[in-house]
Design a protein. Structure first.
Length: 192
């Protein structure tokens, strides 16, 4: 039941022989979706900033709210941009990464899209919507161009500090974002 709202479940063995069963998403699909949403947001931001036309920003922020809501609730392969991204990356072999850190990042995106939806649709203009939009554009660029998921990095930090729970199964994150250092064995020397 806990894997109901995930795209795929990876089963197998880790290098140390531990059983692996984790909900995963395709990193290529995630990066293509980030690039697509970045392009849409950049056009909406350009119209709002240079032409002072906020309709595109209102529509884009409302669409992104629905997009991230579907990603968090049902998975990226069921969201509108995720479907297009899956089609764009269909010929590449999948690069599976854990869904939990990505879902955390998408929850942050959902919060920003929700804030932007409210802010732009009640008529607030100026530096506030532009600043939030620039933060979103930067995060989407980092994910799509560099493969750096800042939300995944934050999730990893929360797990390392004990403020969030690590996936019971196994976490495979891009660039080792959710690696948690294991404590040394009792009596083992620590490196200096």
């Amino acid at each position: 039941m806990r894997y109901l709202f995930t795209d795929h479940v990876l089963r197998g063995r880790a290098g140390d022989g531990a059983a692996v069963r984790a909900s995963v998403v395709n990193e290529h699909q995630v990066r293509a979706a980030a690039g697509t949403t970045m392009a849409l947001a950049a056009v909406a931001f350009a119209y709002a900033y240079f032409e002072h036309r906020y309709l595109g920003l209102q529509v884009a922020s409302s669409f992104f709210f629905v997009e991230f809501l579907v990603r968090v609730g049902a998975g990226i392969s069921r969201s509108p941009v995720g479907l297009a991204a899956g089609w764009m990356t269909r010929r590449q072999p999948p690069d599976w990464v854990s869904a939990k850190p990505k879902r955390f990042a998408w929850t942050l995106g959902l919060a920003m899209a929700g804030a932007m939806t409210v802010i732009t649709n009640v008529g607030i203009r100026g530096w506030l919507p532009r600043s939030i939009c620039l933060v979103c554009l930067t995060l989407m660029w980092l994910e799509s161009a560099l493969g750096l998921c800042l939300g995944c990095e934050i999730h990893g930090q929360l797990v390392r500090r004990g403020w969030a729970r690590k996936d019971e199964a196994f976490e495979i994150c891009a660039h080792g974002a959710c690696d948690v250092a294991r404590p040394p064995a009792w009596g083992a020397r620590r490196p200096r």
